[in-house]
Design a protein around this ligand. Structure first.
Ligand SMILES: Nc1nc2c(c(=O)[nH]1)N[C@H]1C(S)=C(S)[C@@H](COP(=O)(O)O)O[C@H]1N2
Ligand SMILES: [Mo]
Length: 251
């Protein structure tokens, strides 16, 4: 069983590694998109065998923390709204939470710190082929969802970001409610005991224990609960998904 599991894992990672050129803007060929599309169903079925929805990502010790954590994708959003917040050390920042919730709310970082928080040392895996282990501290997304009250019609949580990949095309991501409520799903405000630095998504980013790097949305501006993400971006559930990456990016 162990052999079979590791074989399947390698098959999945191999597929992701070969087909996806990287988290930059070069992998938009029709070839990559077509092959990824057909691989996705397989990945989801295999993933269901390997990782029941309750499974936990491995957590590491302080000694395992990477001396250097690579910053990838956007490392300095240029939009006016972000620049204004940054100029004041994010003191005026609030996260907007709306959509299919009972109480649309704005929460400051201090408000988030008053809800249930967690610290976890986990590994980040980017499809470009690098990994890094970091210590993340943040508020459980499940606590935030409980705080606002989720309408039973909601199926997905969409994470809207401040940075734009092209003019007027903001980065965004999404997960289903189950992944959102997983005990290792955090809205992280600290990395390695420091307030989240700008290259890593200041002042607040998503950290999922069990999915690839591009799902870990940085620079969160708004969280929206939806029935479907058809009407957001190109309708595939995330900026990179709109370029052909898989929506379910299990490790
Ligand atoms: N808002 C936003 N989130 C993002 C990205 C981005 O460009 N913008 N890049 C993604 C990718 S591809 C990776 S690998 C990780 C990189 O996170 P890091 O900079 O903390 O290493 O952020 C992800 N989240
Ligand atoms: Mo990535």
């Amino acid at each position: 069983m162990t052999d079979r599991r590791s074989f399947l894992r390698m098959a999945i990672m191999g597929t992701a590694g070969i087909l996806v050129a990287g988290c930059d803007r070069i992998s938009q060929s029709g070839w990559g998109t077509r092959v990824l599309g057909s691989a996705e169903g397989l990945n989801r079925r295999v993933q269901a065998l390997l990782a029941p929805s309750s499974s936990m990502a491995k957590e590491y010790s302080e000694a395992d923390i990477s001396p250097v954590f690579h910053a990838n994708g956007t490392t300095q959003p240029g939009t006016p709204a972000y620049r204004a917040l940054m100029a004041n050390q994010f003191r005026d920042y609030t996260l907007q939470i709306d959509g299919l919730v009972n109480r649309p709310t704005r929460l400051s970082i201090d408000d988030l710190k008053k809800l249930d928080t967690r610290t976890q040392i986990t590994r980040h895996d980017c499809v470009e082929g690098w990994s890094a282990i970091g210590k993340w501290q943040g508020t459980l997304l499940s606590a935030v969802l409980d705080h606002v009250g989720v309408d039973p019609q909601a199926r997905f949580v969409v994470f809207h970001c401040f940075d734009e990949m092209d003019v007027g095309v903001p980065y965004y991501e999404s997960v289903d409610i189950g992944e959102a409520r997983h005990p290792q799903t955090l809205l992280a405000f600290a990395l390695n005991d420091q307030p989240l630095p700008v290259p890593y998504g200041a002042p607040l980013r998503l950290r999922l224990g069990r999915q690839l790097g591009y799902k870990q949305a940085k620079y969160l501006s708004r969280i929206e609960l939806v029935k479907s993400f058809d009407a957001i971006g190109d309708g595939k559930g995330g900026y990179w998904e709109d370029q052909g990456y898989e929506w379910y990016a299990g490790i």
